[in-house]
Write a protein that binds this ligand. Structure first.
Ligand code: ADP
Ligand code: ASP
Ligand code: MG
Length: 451
């Protein structure tokens, strides 16, 4: 359906009544937008993740009150909440009983079930916001659409089943001319259990839905007017990038630009669907179009920052002139479903960072005791935390002359713990101590983007 757009609104865009009304106006202003994907209201998913981890009664009560407060604030602004209040009360009750269960024994399946309630509530309320603007919309439980595997916390969609579901339940609604409101972030496994696609996964949901409907584009409405040369919260001088390629956006997302979930670009690239990023608060400010092959492709495109990195240094004299050591290490990491992010090696040691990108919805630690003890059997293991990864994203960085000189002279006063340069033509990664990360981003941005 090449005249169809899928719009997605993030947490801050549905944080309160006024923000929801702004979203409703964006939807109604564009007749092509026939399906809307929503996140939970800002703050809700974090609270639900905490509840799902299990806590004592006092803490639980406090978190439940906070969840209720956020939703009540919106309900109280509605002209008539009576149509939606009973459903929100039912969902709040369900959150309460699932939280009690989590405090007795938590599990990944229970966590996903619990945190899915955020999107359930925001979509129910949004239907009423639209109704009060005289817009009729149909609420769809996205779990009947997005089929996934059972990898709770970071479930992978089953494209074939999802397409089948779409033919049965979504396409008929769209063909009938209905405006469909549904949830991002969540899906359902074969056994009927709720799953989630990983934190920030609503962008991914929107792109998946755009792909199955063969939509003309995905419109990601958020709290910034596009994708910037770096996070505008860190560098106010950051500039909006008007057009960029899928590849550049994917690199940015992978290396920490939270504005897009890293998986969003998968369906977009596969099916060549342009992605637009704009501000729901200020749609008139314009935004960024991410497409397959826009021009120009500058050497320096953007700087991404990923905080909270873990560095593993593995040393063993057995590595000297030996074969197969890396294979063993990678084998153990793979067994624990951990993918390696950046890596450098020397004669007797390997330093690597762990990839937390698109990490699971629950905040479980990547480095289990079991993993560390398995690694310790073959080498000495050192774990460093408090690190951040700064990635310079660009084009043909490996052949551009003078790149390294510009970077290192800009950063001569900072301690860089590890560098990855050359593996990709699109990025240069530097691992730094977190306390210097913002300053490094600012200094690099000034040198490369503010002249
Ligand atoms: P949403 O809730 O709408 O999904 P997110 O908080 O996930 O929004 O993403 C938007 C945020 O991404 C912005 O507020 C901004 O701080 C951050 N961000 C990080 N890097 C960039 C960038 N390069 N350009 C724009 N925003 C960025
Ligand atoms: N509500 C989910 C989260 O906070 C999904 C999303 O916002 O994209 O991670
Ligand atoms: Mg997001």
């Amino acid at each position: 359906m090449r005249n169809l757009s899928v719009a997605k609104f993030g947490g801050t865009s549905v944080a309160n009544h006024a923000a929801m009304v702004a979203c409703a106006k964006i939807v109604t202003a564009d007749p092509n937008t026939r399906i809307v994907v929503l996140s939970a209201s800002a703050g809700i998913t974090n609270l639900l993740v905490e509840l799902a981890a299990g806590c004592d009664e006092g803490k639980r009560e406090q978190l439940l009150v906070e969840v209720r407060r956020i939703q009540e604030n919106i309900l109280n602004e509605l002209a008539d909440a009576s149509l939606v209040r009973p459903e929100i009360e039912r969902l709040l009750e369900s959150i309460k009983s699932l939280s009690e269960a989590a405090s007795l024994a938590t599990s990944p399946a229970l966590t996903d079930e619990l945190i899915s309630h955020g999107e359930m509530m925001s979509t129910r309320i949004f239907i009423q916001v639209l109704r009060e603007l005289n817009v009729q919309a149909t609420w769809l439980d996205v779990r009947n659409l997005i089929a996934t595997n059972s990898n709770f916390g970071k479930a992978a969609p089953d494209d074939e089943k999802t397409l089948k579901n779409s033919r049965l339940i979504l396409k008929p609604l769209i063909d009938h001319g209905e405006l469909v409101i549904t949830q991002g972030f969540i899906g359902r496994d074969e056994k009927g259990r709720t799953t989630t696609l990983g934190r920030g996964g609503s962008d991914y949901s929107a792109a998946l839905i755009a792909e199955i409907l063969e939509a003309k584009d995905v419109l990601i409405w958020t709290d910034v007017a596009g994708i910037y040369t770096t996070d505008p919260r860190v560098v106010p001088q950051a500039r909006r990038i008007d057009t960029m390629s899928f590849a550049e956006a994917a690199e940015m997302a992978t290396f920490g630009a939270k504005v897009l979930h890293p998986a969003t670009l998968l369906p977009a690239v596969r099916s060549n669907i342009p992605v637009y990023v704009g501000s729901s608060k200020a749609p008139q400010d314009g935004g960024t179009w991410v497409t397959r092959d826009p021009q120009p492709r500058p050497t320096f495109r953007a700087i991404a920052l990923r905080r909270d990195q873990t560095l593993l240094t593995l040393s063993s004299l057995n590595m000297l002139h030996a074969q197969g050591f890396l294979a063993k290490v990678f084998g153990i990491l793979a067994q624990h479903k951990i993918s390696v992010d950046t890596i450098t090696t020397s004669e007797v040691s390997i330093a690597l960072t762990l990839d937390k990108t698109g990490s699971t919805s629950s905040a479980t630690d990547l480095l289990s005791r079991d993993l560390l003890s398995q690694l310790s059997e073959i080498c000495t293991v050192k774990v460093d935390t408090g690190l951040s990864l700064v990635a310079l994203i660009g084009n043909d960085l490996h052949i551009a002359s003078g790149v390294a000189k510009r970077i290192f002279s800009t950063l001569e006063n900072y301690n860089i713990r590890m560098i990855s340069y050359g593996a990709s033509t699109n990025n240069i990664c530097m691992l730094t101590y977190s306390e210097h990360a913002d300053d490094i981003v600012r200094a690099l941005h000034k040198e490369l983007f503010e002249n």
